[in-house]
Structure formats: structure tokens, C-alpha cells
Design a protein. Structure first.
Length: 403
């Protein structure tokens, strides 16, 4: 094959996986509609005395059910869960998705709960996370540190969203998250990453680090500029405490297969690896999804030991602190930053004495996500053409952002 032919072939492959192609955008939007719908359903299940295990099982079941309904005629098209349902309460930072055999967490009135989940259609991933206080309403507002951290995380995510556009870079987002968290006397959770999304890949090449750890500072965070037709999972986590995540005694249940080949010794491990690859490819999954949970727990040990599986540990902040998370899936289109997942925050349910006073940040949060084109000047015999052909987009792109 000539160099020219190689270049052409490469361009065609890239085009088929880029949101420059309408069909790819359609698949992202289908996945996002399912993700948002199931996220809301899972939130509705989080009531006092609800079982975290049962809520996680419900979320995964609904994601599987809804993705199975699309592209039924295309038998070889893969679809399903891109991130298993996690229900992390209060000082639990992330990745709590217990097995049937694990100790359960029973949700209580007043708990601050984070829901994190996602699905994919043909490898095009839509993920989302949302935080709320169980029982909080307009008449029964959540106050104090719970309200502080939720408003800090949501506004930080919205500010980051406005920097997530062609011409901006990851350093600007890191700085904005720091400043907004500080406005509410909170801290971004150290070392947490937002990643570029690519077909079949949930942790792509470009990344955004919030509150870099000492190790990350030593290694250095590569500066990256955002480009048209890129896709990102923008993930913001903020804590009322020091923001230093620590692993507790809770079992890790979420894993992702790495693209590595290694000959495992144990038959159980080989069977587990084969089934994990068949079920999830390179997407994160939970051991709870396996029919034989005991064998899955055994098989994952050797896989993780030889770096064939990447674990998603359950992290915690100090007891008595609270952590909030908001995650959006974002498409960088030519004329807009298109937020396709993420639910709006019910501001009426939260009351805080803190606020954003920095005028630059307040102006940033007031910006629209759509970049309007200028109207062309009238020419002889022709009417003015309005070049502002905006993409059809959900109303939540223009979510009210409370300052």
C-alpha cells in the first residue's frame, strides 16, 4: 500500500469514529438519552431504607434493557454498559458498587448520595454522575456543608464546561475548579481525572487533572489544547475536607480490562478474563455482573496481579466530611460545546451562606455554550443570510447556573 493510500485509509477510519459524521453524533445522543433517563430512575430509587446493592443492580439492569432495544437488526453492533452503576454516600468519594455477598449500605434520609453510571452504543460512550441530598426539597432545604459542596461541585463543573471548547486548554479548567471550590470553602478531590472519550475507550489520550497530587506534580501534567470534534467525560469531584482520597476496607468490584496479553496460569483466571473481554471489551464492569460471583472474585486476583485488569478502588474522604460529584459527556462541535449527559441541579433544594464573588467567574458562568455566528452583510439583490444554524440540542445545555 502506498503512503497516499495509507493516509486515505486512515482518514476514512477516523471519519467513521468522529463526531464530524452525523451517524456518530446520533449514536452518542442515543447513548446519552439512555444514560440520563436511567440516572433519573436510579435517583428516584434512592429513598430512606433503600439497599445500595439493589439500587446498583436496578441501574445496571435498566442500562442493559434500554441499550438492547436499539439497532436490533445489526447483530454485530456492540452496546451495553460503559460504566456500572455506583452509589457512593456522604464521605465515600466514588466507585461503591457492592456485590450481593458484600456488606450493604442502607440509604438514610439526609444522606448526600452520588450516582455514577453510563452506557455505550457501538463503542460511543455516554457517562454521567449526579449528587443530591435524600429528602431535600424546596420546603426542606439541605443546608450547611452538604449544600456548600454540592453547589461548589456543580458550579465548578459548569465553569469547566465553558472552558471545554476549541482554543482553550486543560490548565484553565484545573484553575477554574480550584477557584470555585474555594468560594465555598471546599477542595477539589486530589488527583481526579477527566478523560477524552474515543470509540471503545473511556480513558483516552487527553486528560484534565483537578488538584494534582504531589506525584502528579513531579511527573508533570501535559498541557493539551481542545479541538473541534473531540469528546470528553468532564468529571468534577469536590470535598468539604482536605480532598485526599484514601482506600478503605471496602472491596474493589469495578475493573476494566487492559489491552495487554499475558498467559495466565489458573484456569479460573483464564475463564474470567475471556468472559470479561466478551462481555465488556475494554469498558469498565462490575464483578456483580458475573453469574458465578465467587469464581469472578477468584479470577480477577491473578488478572490484576499481572496488570491485565485496572481496578477502580472505592475511595473515601475523612469521616464526617462530604464529597459531591457531577459528570457530563461533552461533544466539541464547530459552533457549540454540546453537553449531552448530566441532569440539572434543583437549586431550590439547597441553601448556602457562601457564593461566588469573583466577577470573572460569574461572567464565565453566565456565558452561553453556543457560539453564534455573525450575520452576513446584505448584498445587492440578496436578503441577509442568517448563518446561525444551531444544532438541535436539549434545553439543559442552557441550564440556569446559580452564582
Amino acid at each position: 500500500m502506498t503512503d497516499t493510500a495509507k493516509t486515505t485509509a486512515g482518514s476514512e477510519t477516523e471519519e467513521k469514529t468522529s463526531i464530524a459524521e452525523d451517524l456518530v453524533v446520533t449514536k452518542y445522543k442515543m447513548a446519552s438519552e439512555i444514560t440520563n433517563r436511567v440516572l433519573k430512575e436510579v435517583m428516584d430509587k434512592c429513598v430512606p431504607n433503600a439497599s445500595s446493592i439493589e439500587v446498583c443492580q436496578f441501574g445496571d439492569q435498566r442500562l442493559s434493557e434500554e441499550t438492547s432495544k436499539v439497532f436490533k437488526k445489526e447483530k454485530n453492533l456492540k452496546k451495553g454498559i460503559s460504566f456500572p452503576t455506583c452509589v457512593s454516600a456522604n464521605n465515600c468519594i466514588c466507585h461503591f458498587s457492592p456485590l450481593k455477598s458484600d456488606p450493604d449500605y442502607i440509604i438514610k434520609d439526609g444522606d448526600l448520595v452520588k450516582i455514577d453510571l453510563g452506557c455505550h452504543i457501538d463503542g460511543f460512550i455516554a457517562v454521567a454522575a449526579h449528587t443530591f441530598v435524600v429528602g431535600a426539597t424546596k420546603e426542606n432545604k439541605a443546608t450547611g456543608r452538604k449544600a456548600d459542596v454540592i453547589l461548589a461541585a456543580y458550579n465548578a463543573a459548569e465553569a469547566a464546561l465553558r472552558y471545554l471548547k476549541p482554543g482553550s486548554n486543560n490548565y484553565q479548567i484545573t484553575e477554574a475548579i480550584d477557584k470555585i471550590a474555594a468560594s465555598y470553602h471546599c477542595k477539589p478531590v486530589e488527583g481526579m481525572l477527566s478523560y477524552q472519550l474515543e470509540k471503545d475507550i473511556i480513558d483516552g489520550e487527553k486528560r484534565i487533572i483537578q488538584n494534582p497530587s504531589e506525584q502528579q506534580k513531579k511527573e508533570g501534567c501535559e498541557k493539551c489544547d481542545f479541538l473541534v470534534h473531540e469528546v470528553y467525560a468532564l468529571d468534577v469531584l469536590v470535598s468539604t475536607g482536605e480532598g485526599k482520597p484514601k482506600e478503605g476496607e471496602v472491596r474493589t468490584t469495578v475493573y476494566k480490562k487492559k489491552n495487554i496479553i499475558y498467559q495466565l496460569r489458573m484456569k479460573t483466571s483464564r475463564a474470567f478474563l475471556s468472559e470479561a473481554e466478551k462481555r465488556s471489551s475494554l469498558m469498565p464492569f462490575t464483578l456483580r455482573s458475573f453469574d458465578d460471583e465467587k469464581k469472578a472474585r477468584m479470577g480477577v486476583v491473578e488478572c490484576a496481579k499481572h496488570d491485565l485488569m485496572e481496578p477502580y478502588p472505592v475511595y473515601f474522604e475523612k469521616d464526617g466530611e462530604f464529597v459531591a460529584e457531577f459528570k457530563f459527556t461533552v461533544l466539541l462541535m464547530p459552533n457549540s460545546t454540546m453537553k449531552i449527559t448530566g441532569l440539572p441541579l434543583d437549586f431550590d433544594s439547597y441553601q448556602t451562606e457562601n457564593s461566588i464573588t469573583d466577577e470573572t467567574l460569574k461572567n464565565l458562568l453566565a456565558l452561553s455554550l453556543t457560539q453564534k455566528k455573525k450575520k452576513k452583510k446584505k448584498s445587492a439583490g440578496k436578503k441577509t443570510t442568517d448563518a446561525n444554524n444551531e444544532d438541535e440540542e436539549e434545553g439543559d445545555e442552557e441550564d440556569e447556573v446559580k452564582k
